[in-house]
Design a protein around this ligand. Structure first.
Ligand code: SF4
Ligand code: SF4
Length: 445
């Protein structure tokens, strides 16, 4: 990374069909079409070898354009930052249990094999830790998200005990707690929703599609469909003022119904508008066992269609692969080991997907464990170093990729453990980004 040159933040992308190139500088918010002749001159200039280019009026014009837009300098604040490793904000993820009442056909956690629930000692110490961190950082708030492994509402009493303790301790320390949950929503009855309305500010519901898609992809542990229960759970949340965002996993089975699902949500669930994330299935866990697939081309076409429909019906349609305008330094907290995800076994992972010692990536992403004697968590600095080393943007193929500032190598665990998924991800990310850049350019024609 010390050898960054303009070519690492200014990219030349060949435009399909047209004989033009696109000069794309995401950190400078610039995208313009350039001729192939200008492109030939730009390649050595961006590589820091402008003296190799023969002097000409065209070279002067290009140098003037690059200088006036400050394209030969990396904008302030974007230099690679090595200082934040292992230091997170006052936020944690608690994976309360590996129990789940569903058996999704692609489940990364392969629920139904491990029924561990966190002990109260681990939960209490995790809560105390994040509160102490907020106090020490001089923050006024802290965040806890219940997510990963299994379904937190399966252990409702335990979840409620945690919430009571969080509120009490927040009050003692004069802090505001922000509680979030990722849930399958099937167990959110009216009383549960009322309780959640009093404690949770942010809820995401995993909900894959219209009835035939949801029932096929996300059956319960007895093989029964869950569409009716999920929609009821969402209605219950809406009635207490919680508007959840939806997270849908896309497989080849449901890929052609994405736009229909958006229309359905707008009409039946979120008449005042809502948010849905469509993520292509990760090729891991039960998805790998069941040899499921998501065709990247079909995913992209249907995602773009769903997005168009969303604009018409007031639904925001997004996904982590749709990165235009979302430049970032890291993809997630797993890059710098800044996430603190406490597993039911009392282990701490940098990735919310790793919740069991048998999970893909467990050998890398676990970096701390609960200490029953001292009542805290012992962090292994060597393990943190390994996570950070893996989290650095790989030279090949990412450093010269035009999507690098938008994508930042995408999901670190996919890069580490799901190679096939990662290759498909690159196709989707690059194509969606290119399509968004071309759409922006065409708007200004
Ligand atoms: S590594 Fe991937 S799955 Fe894990 S927290 Fe980051 S984005 Fe999520
Ligand atoms: S993961 Fe793929 S799309 Fe993302 S920066 Fe790397 S090469 Fe580019």
């Amino acid at each position: 990374m010390s050898t960054l040159r303009p070519k690492n933040w200014v990219f030349l992308i060949p435009e399909d069909a047209a004989a033009t190139l696109i000069l794309y500088a995401p950190l400078h918010k610039i995208a313009v079409r350039v001729s192939p002749q200008a492109g030939n001159l730009l390649v050595p200039i961006l590589d820091g070898r402008q003296e190799d280019v023969t002097d000409s009026p065209q070279k002067d014009e290009l140098m003037g354009f690059l200088a006036s837009n400050k394209l030969l300098e990396l904008p302030k604040g974007w230099a690679p930052d090595q200082s934040s490793a292992g230091k997170g904000k006052a936020k944690i993820t608690m994976s309360l249990t590996n129990k789940c009442n569903l058996r999704c056909i692609y489940c990364y956690a392969k629920t139904g094999m491990d029924y561990t629930t966190m002990t109260w000692e681990v939960a209490k110490d995790a809560i105390d830790r994040v509160i102490l961190e907020a106090v020490q950082n001089g923050e006024k708030k802290f965040g806890i998200t219940f997510h990963g492994g299994g379904e937190a509402t399966v252990e409702l009493k335990f979840l409620q005990k945690c919430a009571v303790y969080i509120q009490e301790q927040a009050h003692v320390c004069d802090l505001k707690p922000y509680l979030g949950m990722v849930t399958n929503a099937t167990l959110i009855t009216t009383p549960v929703a009322v309780w959640m309305g009093e404690h949770f500010s942010n809820v995401t519901v995993s909900f894959d599609g219209l009835e035939e898609v949801q029932d096929y992809q996300r059956p319960d542990s007895r093989g029964k469909g869950t569409f009716v229960r999920v929609t009821r759970g969402i209605q219950n949340l809406m009635e207490v003022g919680i508007k959840p965002s939806i997270r849908a996993t896309v497989t080849d089975f449901g890929v052609n119904r994405m736009a229909d699902f958006v229309e359905y949500l707008a009409k039946e669930v979120f008449p005042k508008g809502g948010l849905i994330h469509f993520e292509p299935m990760s090729l891991c866990g039960r998805a790998a066992d069941n040899e499921l697939t998501t065709d990247p081309q079909a995913y992209m076409e249907n995602y773009l269609k769903a997005k168009e429909v969303g604009k018409k019906v007031g639904m925001e349609v997004t996904c982590s692969f749709d990165t235009f305008g979302h430049e970032k330094k890291h993809f997630c907290g797993a890059n710098r080991s800044t996430m603190f995800c406490v597993s039911p076994h009392g282990l701490v992972s940098a990735c919310s997907r790793v919740t069991k010692p048998t999970d893909d990536g467990a050998e890398l992403f676990f970096y701390a464990r609960h200490n029953g004697q001292s009542g805290g968590f012992d962090v292994d600095p060597e393990a943190v170093n390994k996570i950070v080393a893996q989290g650095n943007l790989p030279e090949n193929p990412c450093v010269s990729c035009f999507a690098r500032w938008n994508c930042q190598g995408h999901c670190p665990i996919a890069r580490y453990a799901y190679h096939e998924h990662r290759e498909q991800s690159c196709i989707i990310i690059q194509e969606l980004l290119k399509s968004a850049i071309i759409t922006e350019l065409d708007k200004n024609l």
